[in-house]
Design a protein around this ligand. Structure first.
Ligand SMILES: Nc1ncnc2c1ncn2[C@@H]1O[C@H](COP(=O)(O)OP(=O)(O)OP(=O)(O)O)[C@@H](O)[C@H]1O
Ligand SMILES: [Mg+2]
Length: 230
């Protein structure tokens, strides 16, 4: 049997109100693939990522996540499936009164793992994102780029198979964007499936020189594979 797609959407529609924001969306994310999602502000990029994370459910069409039809999933199935997905939200949200290291270990605690046993992992992860010296800082004490890197670290602490990153380089300079891209490329080389929503065509160009990426674009309420040369 073929390996199932990590995510598969077939003729999916989504609307917040009476008008469809997305319609007839078909998407297949193969294991280990790297996709960018582009499109104008308000086109529905974050909405599409929320569908992939099952924060929103399709208004119409079929959608499977790790081979399971989402409309068949019960609440605990959804919670279990979500642990296989790491999300970098468009606005990084942290608990401002807790030091970074505790913010990062929160997903482990929520999943019932013992943070003490994961301490070494956590230290390695902080080093990987270049934040080992900031472990005791609280999120408001971090710079924008540090927070973005922390958000990526938090997304991958559970060793997810799929990473959904919503504008992960939203508020950082070019050098930091490349650093964050580097981290996403490394994750992809480790076999993780990556989907990144971004406005930044330069970022996509930079990625194309390192890994095989596909570019999806939301236009006219649907998803198109962008063939345009960037
Ligand atoms: N919870 C909501 N209720 C109603 N409308 C919403 C909701 N969330 C988003 N929208 C609307 O849906 C549209 C798509 O929003 P979305 O956040 O998916 O766009 P986006 O492509 O991510 O935009 P950006 O590039 O600015 O992040 C927008 O018009 C937005 O106002
Ligand atoms: Mg968005």
């Amino acid at each position: 049997m073929d390996t199932p797609h990590v995510i598969e959407l077939q003729n999916v529609a989504y609307s917040y109100g009476s008008d469809a924001l997305l319609s007839d969306v078909t998407l297949h994310l193969a294991p280990g693939s790297f996709h960018f999602l582009t499109g104008p502000s308000g086109a529905g990029k974050s909405t599409l990522l929320k569908l992939c994370y099952m924060e929103l459910m399709p208004s119409a069409g079929q959608m499977t996540v790790f081979g399971r039809e989402v409309s068949d999933l019960r609440r605990d199935d959804i919670a279990r499936t979500r642990r296989r997905i790491g999300v970098v939200h468009q606005e990084c949200q942290f608990l401002d009164h807790l030091p970074l290291t505790e913010n990062l270990s929160l997903p482990l605690t929520v999943a019932g793992r013992d943070p003490a046993e994961e301490a070494e992992n956590l230290r390695e992860l902080m080093t990987w994102v270049g934040l080992s010296t900031r472990a005791q800082a609280t999120p408001p004490e971090l710079s924008g780029g540090e927070r973005q890197r922390a958000a990526l670290a938090r997304a991958v602490i559970m060793d997810p198979e799929l990473i959904l990153a919503d504008e992960p380089t939203g508020n950082v300079d070019w050098e930091m964007s490349l650093r964050l891209l580097q981290l996403l490329v490394e994750l992809n080389r480790l076999g993780k499936t990556v989907l990144v929503a971004t406005h930044d065509l330069n970022l996509i160009r930079a990625a194309k020189s390192q890994v095989s990426v596909r570019v999806l674009r939301i236009a006219d309420r649907t998803l198109q594979l962008s063939g345009a040369d960037l």
